[in-house]
Design a protein. Sequence first.
Length: 312
Amino acid sequence: MHNHNHHSHNHLDHGKSDLTLKTRFVFTIFFNILISAAEFLGGFLSGSLALISDATHNLSDAIALVFGYLGERVSERKPDLEYSFGLRRFEVITAVVNAIALWAIGIFIIYEAVLRWSNPVQINLRLMIPIAVIGLAGNMASIFILGREHKNMNARAAFLHLLYDAITSVIVIATGVGVYFTGSLWLDPLVSIIISIFMIFSSYGILAEALRIFLQMAPKGIDTQEVYRSILETSGAMDVHGLHIWSVSSSEIFLSCHICMDHGRGVMDNDKIIGRLNSMLQEKFGIAHTTIQVEAGRFCVNGTNGCCDLVL
């Protein structure tokens, strides 16, 4: 017997409350693009590489928000015979593109910062500091508009991105103040390097997670041996084989397996066994999509007593 267990998905478009969330996303994206444009212009005019670095960080988050929003919209496509999982991995593809772009920009800024370290460039602090303050104000406004308490994963991730943006804006302002009082022009390229390294390391985490998804590895944080043991304990099975745990997006985990029951136990209520397993997998591991086959016969060539060797 097979069981396909599919719980509801949490998208941006779920009625009136989510319509408000979509509006908040749009305003947040608008503010971030506006902030980025102002900081890019201010950075070029003032000669501040730190301001340009902060603008790049803000723009990358704006792009991530756009891609996240589009990814949610595209992933709303329902699965069919051709796209059996819908378009869930669109989110992963856009995340990889954004992460690679961050690496390229970050490396370029570090290169420019090294050149400026040996050849300092004068900075127009009267222009740099006010624009950095505007950037901070824009980030704070975006945080206020988006809000913190959301069940939606994209909204929570966006909130954290905006919070980091606000912190980097504070660092840029502090850099401007430090240059003003000390005249140490090397502070500007130093902060640029720090922000760029932060961007690169942040994008590394995204790439690593995306790689796990593309290679269909078990999601990070899922102990496959513990899942195996829990299935055995909950079902009372003799063995579990064909166990596969993977994800197609950052928020959805899938599981399929065959559970081998003792054929000497007589008649079994497979529905109850599968129901107990689904409840356990959801509550203990957050796995909401399962395909479980209950076996009591000899279905494997090398199996004994109706059970096969464990295959992860």
